[in-house]
Design a protein around this ligand. Structure first.
Ligand code: HEC
Length: 159
């Protein structure tokens, strides 16, 4: 019995084709994907991420202030277009707000569902549907405006 089990396990292993672990060359983004990035995605990063992942601070060695920097990644790769399920960036953004690793960090304003859905669609390699793009952009604008207001009030409030 035991021998038979071992034997079948060995044949299974042998039958699995060996695939070398070589990174696939990244496909260049299409013009439409670049346009979606510029219109919907970069503004989300600008409003919610670049204060820690940009020219002033480079947390996790990651910058998200340009498409090139975003695609380059930080200590780890951010995402490959077409592979949303193995994206480090998406998984951190979609974590529960109580998780220690969630991005933006717990103390920061979270992304809205629409912003997250737009990010997901982009990483999937899908065109971001118009309605979704509009809602996500409205959310981003609201967050950016709120941040500006807070910055104006900050010197008065003097924490
Ligand atoms: C208040 C600062 C802050 C903000 C805002 C912030 N992050 Fe981070 N982020 C960090 C810190 C600190 C780390 C490094 C430690 C870690 O990996 O948790 C990090 C790490 C990361 C990493 C892992 C980098 C790597 O290669 O290991 C990703 C991906 C990431 N952040 C994405 C985002 C995204 C997307 C946003 C905006 C939606 C964002 N972060 C906003 C502070 C921030």
């Amino acid at each position: 019995m035991r021998a038979a089990l071992l034997f079948s396990a060995a044949t299974l292993v042998a039958a699995t084709p060996f695939t070398p672990k070589k990174a696939e060359p990244a496909k260049p983004l299409t013009a439409a994907q670049k346009a979606d990035y510029a219109k919907v995605i970069q503004p989300i990063f600008d409003a919610h991420c670049v204060s820690c992942h940009g020219p002033k601070k480079e947390k996790g060695k990651l910058r998200l202030d340009t498409l090139e920097a975003t695609l380059k990644g930080g200590k780890n790769p951010t995402f490959a277009i077409g592979k949303p399920d193995s994206s480090m960036l998406l998984s951190r953004v979609f974590l529960d707000r109580t998780a220690g690793d969630v991005m933006p960090p717990k103390a920061e304003k979270p992304l809205t569902e629409k912003q997250k859905e737009a990010l997901y669609a982009f990483v999937e390699g899908q065109p971001i549907p118009d309605e979704l793009a509009k809602s996500a952009m409205a959310d981003t604008k609201a967050a950016a405006t709120a941040a500006k207001e807070a910055a104006k009030d900050a010197p008065k409030a003097k924490k």
